[in-house]
Design a protein around this ligand. Structure first.
Ligand code: SF4
Ligand code: SF4
Length: 426
């Protein structure tokens, strides 16, 4: 796509980068059928090609409220990137040019306030958990849409008993998941223990940076990313083999740290090595977990693969473990959660959720499993079925089969006793 940068933007690095990225688009439209908002609204301006055209307008100095409205409706799911034969880096294009659009079309006070509240509360687990506790208390007077997003607190559970092992992996629970679904990383910790891997919880880990990034707060995102690197790097240096991140959106964000810090000589190398160390829990179990005994559930389950998850990995694991899945022909890809999208674009988000939930429920599954906290909370608020992270079911099935750690542990060798999971002590 041809772009003629406006005179005032010719000195801006972001504008030149946007111009370079946009040139890869050849207008073919192959991306249109993959786009959830185009499927729903049928408007070219709510398609990837239409949005790229609107970004071209921004680069030519003509961005305005129309461009903002259609770009705000984008989920940043990147289904268009996967469908594009020309390799257009749509996600990077949006991230690069967002600041230019903000300058041409500033947001109104209500929008700014909502975004400020989200980025001031959600990325900070201590703050977020206090707000969630208050919200649960006043649930009866909350708007129904907000009340539905509050998961019921799980029954108090005994902390998992873990063992020290020679092998260690850093477990990163993330901000929203550690508050809304702590059972997820505790299950992952137990599964690691059975595999002979000691899970390390890095105290002080918060948001991966994705929430700031999605809200267009690039400086705050970079501050948080550098803070995470400072926290995680010593663990990798001390021998942690990998970073296990149960939330697929957070894992994808950490894999993008090298791109985001490419121009920061102090962090670029560590960012690359941290991104290389990210391991999907499904890949860990596919390569090492099939030997553990498991008692498959009696009923089939439905799996929702988030847009940020490697397609098919969790399904392949479940098939190999003999856990039955309900078929999902013609299931739409995106559930409409998309980070803060469910709060910022509730109407569209709920329409996408309704389509996805009805496809997931069509085969009458016993429950719905997913790999990302945003999808989990969003789908749970629109389905009668239980929705949780898939690792929780694996943990449950292993427990029922009596799986225990089968590898000699450092603690046993040293005569040390059992240790409680550090995540529960925070
Ligand atoms: S598929 Fe790629 S090249 Fe074709 S219109 Fe979409 S973004 Fe442009
Ligand atoms: S990121 Fe998703 S919602 Fe946005 S244009 Fe691409 S396919 Fe459509």
């Amino acid at each position: 796509m041809e772009v003629h940068l406006s005179h005032s933007l010719q000195g801006e690095a972001a504008a030149r980068e946007g111009e370079r990225l946009i040139r890869a688009c050849v207008h073919c439209g192959f991306c249109l059928p993959a786009c959830p908002t185009y499927q729903l609204l049928g408007d070219e301006l709510d398609s990837p090609r239409g949005r790229i055209y609107l970004i071209k307008e921004v680069l030519e100095g003509r961005g305005g409220v129309i461009a903002r409205a259609h770009l705000d409706r984008c989920l940043l799911c990147r289904a268009c990137e996967r469908a594009c034969p020309s390799g257009v880096e749509y996600g990077r294009l949006v991230a690069t040019t967002r600041g230019l659009l903000a300058a041409q079309s500033p947001r109104g006070p209500r929008d700014r306030l909502l975004r400020w509240l989200i980025r001031t509360i959600v990325p900070y687990p201590a703050r977020f958990s206090r707000v969630v506790a208050v919200a649960r208390w006043i649930r009866p007077v909350l708007p129904a849409s907000l009340a539905a997003k509050l998961p019921t607190p799980p029954p108090a559970a005994l902390p998992p008993v873990l063992h020290p092992h020679r092998r260690r992996m850093l477990l990163v629970p993330g901000c929203a998941q550690s508050v809304l679904s702590p059972a997820t990383h505790l299950s992952l910790a137990r599964v690691c223990d059975r595999l002979g891997i000691e899970p390390i919880f890095s105290p002080g880990s918060g948001c991966c940076g994705a929430l700031f990034h999605h809200l267009g707060s690039e400086e705050a995102a970079l501050r948080q990313i550098r803070r995470n690197i400072d926290l995680w790097w010593p663990e990798l240096q001390a021998g942690a083999e990998a970073l296990l991140i149960p939330a697929s959106a957070c894992a994808l964000m950490v894999r993008e740290y090298p791109d985001l810090l490419a121009r920061d000589p102090a962090y670029a190398d560590r960012a690359r090595r941290i991104a290389d160390a990210v391991k999907d829990p499904a890949d860990l179990l596919l390569s090492e977990g099939l030997r553990l005994p498991i008692a498959p559930p009696g009923r089939a389950i439905a799996i929702h693969c988030p847009c940020t998850q490697q397609p098919g990995a969790v399904e392949a694991l479940f098939r190999k473990l003999g856990i039955p899945l309900v078929p999902q022909p013609d299931s739409p890809a995106c559930c409409g959660a998309a980070g803060a999208y469910a709060l910022l674009q509730p109407r569209l988000s709920n329409q996408l959720r309704a389509r996805k939930a009805s496809a997931l429920e069509a085969g009458a599954p016993a429950e719905i499993l997913t790999a990302n906290i945003g999808c989990q909370i969003h789908l749970a608020s629109g389905s009668q079925l239980r929705v949780r992270h898939w690792i929780e079911l694996i943990d449950e099935c292993q427990t029922q089969a009596g799986a225990s750690h089968g590898v000699p542990t450092r603690g046993e060798a040293n005569g040390h006793g059992r240790e409680a999971c550090p995540a529960v002590q925070t």
